[in-house]
Design a protein around this ligand. Structure first.
Ligand code: ZN
Ligand code: ZN
Length: 297
């Protein structure tokens, strides 16, 4: 996926990048296109995938518009211990609230009446309420946004986080290797795993959209390696496997670029809900939350 991600350490061909940073422009373009294609292919999910595509298209427009704005030049040191992109600092960043305000206004005319009601409710929240709601959301608590309002908040927060990372100098000094299950840049959980076409496995951050190296056969939730099981392919999703952990009873979807070079962590996870039903029937629970599918409070 060279047009979407850039390595944080573009040195010699022999080196293996530990982190890939997302390019917001190409990522949103590719994701919107993927969501539209998946919506065509999956009639039962067409409405929701088209809705997600519209949100991503607005994220893309916001990013392009904001690209000309001056951004602070910062250096983020990735040490594998403390994520340098602090969520507390992100919440104090006025940019995410500006993104949220513009996003809500841009989407309003294009949404059906029930969604317009949600958007209007979010628009009426003041700055302090928005910060409290976003803070709760980082703890997977949707009581202040509603599960129906959470994707809009997340869209603004994620865009801001990705822009901050994309416009910072990233210095990777990680002595702890690749055995980690949270994003080394922002500390958030992965939405899915992605096996790149070279066979190396990465986890894809659900907030800043970076990808970091992760060892195979290691649970991305509890880091156990004892009872990892890769479920057989479902014919409908040849590029997706589900990897479950018998220790913590969680699972994560793993996308394989060699089977489909257009896979997108967020879009393909969303379009493969029938795999979730299969795993939930086996008494496993998702270890990740899709940015367009927050559970109810
Ligand atoms: Zn991240
Ligand atoms: Zn586990």
């Amino acid at each position: 996926m060279p047009t979407v991600f850039s390595s944080s350490s573009p040195d010699t061909a022999a080196s293996i990048a530990s982190i890939f940073l997302a390019d917001p422009v190409t990522l949103y373009e590719a994701r919107a296109k993927r969501l539209r294609a998946l919506a065509e292919a999956e009639p039962s999910l067409r409405g929701y995938l088209s809705f997600a595509a519209l949100v991503v298209e607005v994220q893309h427009l916001l990013n392009c518009h904001d690209n000309s704005a001056p951004m602070p030049t910062t250096t983020l040191h990735v040490d594998g211990v403390t994520p340098p992109l602090s969520m507390a600092r992100l919440l104090q960043d006025k940019l995410w609230q500006e993104h949220l305000t513009t996003l809500l206004a841009a989407l309003l005319p294009h949404m059906p009446a029930p969604v317009q009601t949600v958007l209007e409710r979010l628009r009426k929240m003041d700055s302090v309420q928005r910060i409290a709601a976003a803070h709760a959301l980082f703890n997977n608590d949707t009581s202040l946004t509603g599960s129906d309002g959470a994707p809009f908040f997340w869209a603004a927060l994620s865009l801001t986080a990705m822009q901050r990372v994309a416009r910072s100098k990233i210095v990777v000094d990680d002595k702890n290797g690749v055995a980690r299950h949270l994003c080394p840049l922002c500390g958030n959980a992965p939405v899915a795993g992605v096996v790149h076409s070279d066979g190396l496995r990465y986890l894809h951050c659900r907030l800043c959209e970076s990808e970091w190296r992760a060892a195979r056969a290691l649970c991305s939730n509890c880091e156990s390696s004892r009872n990892i099981y890769e479920w057989p392919l479902e014919k409908q999703f040849p590029a997706i496997r589900a990897e479950s952990c018998g220790d913590c009873r969680s699972y994560l979807k793993i996308l394989h670029q060699k089977d489909d070079s257009n896979v997108d962590a967020v879009a393909d996870d969303l379009a493969s809900l029938s795999l979730d039903a299969l795993l939930e029937n086996k008494k496993f629970r998702r270890s990740s939350i899709n940015p367009f599918l927050f559970p109810s409070a």
